[in-house]
Design a binder for this molecule. Sequence first.
Ligand SMILES: Nc1ncnc2c1ncn2[C@@H]1O[C@H](COP(=O)(O)OP(=O)(O)OP(=O)(O)O)[C@@H](O)[C@H]1O
Ligand SMILES: [Mg+2]
Length: 229
Amino acid sequence: MNDIVTIDNLKKSYEEGRIKSLNGVDLNIKEGEFVSIIGPSGSGKSTLLNMIGSLDIADEGKINVAGYNLMNSKNKKLNHFRSNKIGFIFQLHNLIPNLSVVENIEIPMFTTGLSNRERRDRACHLLNLVDLADKAYLKPTKLSGGERQRVAIARSLANKPSIILADEPTGSLDSKNSKKIMNLLINLHKKSNVTLIIVTHDLEVAKLADRSFEVLDGKIININSFNTT
Ligand SMILES: Nc1ncnc2c1ncn2[C@@H]1O[C@H](COP(=O)(O)OP(=O)(O)OP(=O)(O)O)[C@@H](O)[C@H]1O
Ligand SMILES: [Mg+2]
């Protein structure tokens, strides 16, 4: 398998260099792989994920994702990358409260040239996938935390991304709902062969991945392999 993410000596600091969030990260992730990223609070996990999704730009080093050089690409290219290659799932789902569930899922599709009908059909298909077809026309505030996170998963799949980036996707859920969300993500990964990168503080969740990267003080200090079949 080819590498879909290659990162060399990546550095990122904030506050004019006073806070060093990434301190020389090296990693490779293969196409279709499921990896987890673990480490204590403040170690740089979200920063790393945001770099992979090009939500923020690194200061130094190399980062190539799905064929895009994220250090040297123009904004237009990066926008295309973000909307077509990456599906993001956040800890607190970031759904828009005054739009219905189905409209939330349609938002990323507005850049793709689909007709209204095609957008709605695809959003309904995705809602079916996460078992929420009956909640399509409700506002997210009427949904439980687990249901909202399922909507966020459906939204992340809107443009058939190559990579799903999930930052603590089960962080706000109880253990029963966490299991449900993880099973859903893992099944999607198995079915579609999408590359799945999950940040988690939950070791049980981390161990479900093929490999787990351990981050400390902005560096990867350990790589564990679990499913070595
Ligand atoms: N936009 C920012 N401005 C200033 N400092 C930041 C910014 N983003 C992150 N940091 C700092 O960089 C360091 C790493 O933050 P990051 O969010 O990557 O940690 P994390 O491992 O995701 O932690 P957590 O488990 O608590 O989510 C922290 O010291 C944080 O305060
Ligand atoms: Mg974080």
